[in-house]
Write a protein that binds this ligand. Sequence first.
Ligand SMILES: [Zn+2]
Length: 216
Amino acid sequence: MPELVFFSGTMDCGKSTLALQIEHNRSTRGLQGIIFTRDDRAGEGKLSSRLGLVRDAVEVADGQDLYVYVVDHLSQGGRADYVIADEAQFLAPVQIDQLARVVDDLGLDVYAFGITTDFRSKLFPGSQRLVELADRVEVLQVEALCWCGARATHNARTVGGEMVVEGAQVVVGDVNHSADEIGYEVLCRRHHRRRMTAASARAAALSPDVLPVAST
Ligand SMILES: [Zn+2]
């Protein structure tokens, strides 16, 4: 039976690496997939991993119908044995419904990869719809670690190393940002709640008068 599978996790947990691995495993068996992505760090129309692998993908636009895209591809003689959707948290809920229709009406496996929650620890709408519709949700266990060494389960947005909790849900940044730019960092829940990033922990360690207080 074809399936809609949601591979979820924090940033930095190896989602795109797994997406590329699934793609590689199937293509070496002679299968062909359609790869959708949105706002990948390597630029438009790319699926990339932090380990440096990149391949071409279809950049999804606002309002684009993914079911129609796959049907058009097939009706023009293209081949598709499966579909990969990376950065699926950035897809609209209706586009997740379209991916479910690809599974049900076209009989293709769809593998969606996405971050579950945003920097405020709220579900992305696309990820919420995936949790609602997926045949299976796989939580990726490649462990991203907080600066304290605990398992990182939360995504933080930083500006100049300081964690912020307000702002637009989607601002594309990277973990390899320079100071004062918007960046992202994965934290354990304890340090996400205390808003303690690696930079603020270092600063606190340097000034013993200002011990971090767990007030929240
Ligand atoms: Zn921590």
